[in-house]
Design a protein around this ligand. Structure first.
Ligand SMILES: C[S@@+](CC[C@H](N)C(=O)[O-])C[C@H]1O[C@@H](n2cnc3c(N)ncnc32)[C@H](O)[C@@H]1O
Length: 199
């Protein structure tokens, strides 16, 4: 089993720092897996709900980020670490995050992108370059408030997985494909509304 997302909880802290979001904000974690990030967020004092298609921890509820069972405008923040690109339909997931966010709420996303045009599409319908992400964010209605390139953390994650021997074969295949397509890793804070927003 491969480790968690690149950079671990330190990367989560860097993501939270982008908008300077503070407890007791209400956060929805999308694709929470075993729930380590959700536990971390709760310990910081945030009010947290966490969903995953296949939950593997007690803090995580079964839920599909492409069609969420939450009312509109019910969260201050959605958090998606390494999940939108592989959720089956990333565009639907972005629209759902937009729907459940309060006005002025933000989606914090950490994910992969590729520098070459012959890149994998994963769940985004076309080669997953930074331009593809930008278009998808804007089509969902978001204003891109801040982005950060964390490709070095991805490189470390890749090397660490090799060194520790904890990458499964399908992950190794992805790493090989990703390396050929010039894989990078980004953090972004996407705002619903606000002065320059779309609502
Ligand atoms: C690479 S893991 C990342 C897990 C966690 N966010 C982390 O950073 O450790 C991707 C997670 O997304 C979940 N997932 C995939 N498609 C999903 C969907 N449509 N809705 C909810 N969760 C999904 C998977 O089950 C998996 O737990």
């Amino acid at each position: 089993m491969i480790g968690r997302h690149p950079g671990g909880l330190e990367m989560t802290a860097r993501l939270l720092a982008l908008p300077g979001i503070r407890p007791p904000a209400r956060i929805l974690e999308l694709g929470a897996g075993e729930g380590k990030t959700a536990v971390y967020l709760q310990a910081l004092g945030f009010e947290v709900r966490a969903v995953d298609l296949k939950p593997s921890g007690p803090q995580v509820e079964q839920g599909d980020m492409r069609g969420l069972d939450f009312a509109g405008e019910s969260f201050d923040c959605c958090l998606a670490e390494c999940t939108v690109s592989g959720c089956g339909d990333g565009n639907a997931a972005l629209k759902e995050a937009f729907r459940v966010l309060k006005k002025d709420g933000c989606l914090l996303i950490a994910d992969v992108f590729f520098r070459k045009q012959e890149a994998p599409s994963l769940s985004m319908g076309k080669p997953l370059t930074w331009n593809c992400w930008k278009e998808a964010f804007e089509q969902a209605g978001f204003w891109i408030e801040e982005t950060k390139d964390e490709t070095e953390a991805w490189k470390e994650f890749f090397l660490e997985s090799l060194w520790n021997g904890n990458a499964e074969k399908n992950c190794m295949d992805f790493f090989i494909e990703a390396g050929k397509a010039g894989c990078g890793y980004f953090l972004a804070c996407l705002r619903k509304g606000g002065e320059n927003g779309f609502i």
